[in-house]
Write a protein that binds this ligand. Structure first.
Ligand SMILES: Cc1cc2nc3c(=O)[nH]c(=O)nc-3n(C[C@H](O)[C@H](O)[C@H](O)COP(=O)(O)OP(=O)(O)OC[C@H]3O[C@@H](n4cnc5c(N)ncnc54)[C@H](O)[C@@H]3O)c2cc1C
Length: 388
């Protein structure tokens, strides 16, 4: 077992860190904090990452990647999450590109992956429906074959990036025969297709997500990704990519919190002199170390074959619940100041971003599968226990 990164990977990390230091501007952070996703500054930043081949480092060079491994992607995301904890996931690069690379046709690889790699296009994840969130086998939006197209009708909800993405990564029902999960298929749908309506939904953290309606939308058959009626399995693989959370944003939160307690007095004493606060901070250091190890193990699995489905659930539940514990603890330690909004830059400690997380975090233990569902997956696939 070798726990060291190669000298090339260490050099790559340094290069990414230097890039982020100069490119993550206040304007970019401000834009992301608006909750609206990628705007002008966000697109520019993504294209700059794309120019270096950094959006999809694990993809072969002929499709716009670096032909590197999943380690480079993880290193990159570790650095991004540390420097820029507010950053939103770039779904096209992290989820769609590796899945299309694995199961897409040659035409689809050539059409979508190089544009994702250059940061020209983004995808919105189209899984959840009003009756199908945790139970994705119940997806009911219908795709019915007609000549050289599928005609799609139905509704999605909580589809976050639809208002700025160009494409919908749509999971739809193509068969009503047999078991529910054996009748789903994946499609790539341009979001400006006639018949699509996108309405905003606002979360308590100030982030925009969307409900999406399909009314007789024509989707060419060539946009079917992977095997027809195998879409549930492909979606599980896509979720494995989505649940690959690095832990470095929590490290950043801890580092900032430590700076705060070292520099803040209450009742004439620095907060760091309180042994209970020191104990709490030390526990976070332990948990971060555990989470780091979990992440590295899954990257190793990705590089050698594929995680078995429950490993990314362990990581997801651990990281998102740790993130929540950290923000709760930070807000408690900061007292009244912990409730200042991130817009109150001048007066709010830690630029208010822990408060922002505190509210935004609620979604992290829900989206990409709730903590309860992750525990079900771990019980069933990891421990071989019966389905509930
Ligand atoms: C801010 C935000 C952004 C999102 N972005 C996207 C997106 O871009 N694309 C997309 O497709 N989806 C997105 N989602 C949807 C998200 O994946 C679902 O909300 C999530 O999977 C839960 O589904 P649900 O909301 O239908 O809740 P339900 O499935 O109705 O669950 C309600 C509660 O019951 C619990 N529960 C349900 N079934 C079980 C069970 N079998 N055992 C134990 N407990 C259970 C759940 O854990 C939850 O606490 C987003 C959600 C949020 C909040």
């Amino acid at each position: 077992m070798d726990f060291k990164f190669t000298p090339e990977q260490e050099a790559f990390r340094k290069e990414v860190r230097a890039f982020l230091k100069s490119e993550v501007t206040d304007e970019l952070v401000e834009e992301v904090n608006s909750g609206l996703g990628l705007g002008p500054a966000g697109w520019e930043y993504v294209r700059k990452l794309g120019k270096r081949g950094w959006l999809v480092p694990m993809i072969p060079k002929e499709y716009g990647g670096l032909g590197a491994s999943f380690w480079e992607r993880f290193i990159l995301n570790e650095e991004i999450y540390y420097c820029f904890p507010e950053f939103i996931q770039y779904f096209g690069a992290n989820i769609v590109a590796p899945i299309v690379m694995e199961i897409g046709t040659e035409e689809q690889k050539k059409e979508y992956i190089p544009r994702i790699a250059r940061g020209e296009i983004e995808f919105a994840l189209g899984y959840t429906e009003p009756q199908a969130g945790s139970d994705l086998a119940s997806i009911d939006i219908r795709a019915v074959e007609q000549d050289d197209c599928y005609i799609v009708n139905g509704q999605k909800t909580y589809n976050t990036a639809c208002h700025y993405a160009q494409y919908h990564w749509l999971n739809a029902r193509t068969s009503t025969e047999g078991k529910k999960y054996k009748g789903l298929s994946f499609f790539i749908v341009p979001l400006d297709s006639p018949g699509i309506t996108i309405n905003p939904m606002w979360t308590m953290g100030g982030e925009r997500t969307n409900e999406v309606f399909y009314d007789n939308v024509k989707v060419p058959k060539k946009n079917l990704v992977g095997q027809k009626n195998r879409g549930f399995y492909h979606m599980m693989d896509a979720l494995d990519h989505e649940r690959m959370f690095p832990i470095t944003h929590i490290q950043r939160g801890l580092d900032d919190l430590i700076k705060y307690v070292k520099g803040t007095e209450r009742n004439g004493k620095l907060l760091i002199e309180d042994p209970l606060i020191r104990q709490k901070l030390a526990q976070f250091a332990i948990d971060i170390e555990v989470g780091r190890g979990m992440g590295y193990r899954i990257v190793w699995l990705q590089d050698h074959s594929k995680p078995g489905g429950h490993e990314t659930s362990i990581l997801k539940v651990f990281v998102t619940e740790l993130e929540r514990r950290l923000t709760y603890t930070a807000v408690h330690i900061m007292g009244q100041q912990g409730a200042l909004r991130y817009q109150s830059y001048c007066s709010s400690p830690i630029a208010g971003w822990l408060e922002h997380w505190f509210l935004a975090d609620t979604r992290r233990t829900i989206s990409a599968g709730s903590s309860e569902i992750q525990r079900n997956i771990i019980a069933q696939r990891g421990l071989g226990l019966p389905r509930s």
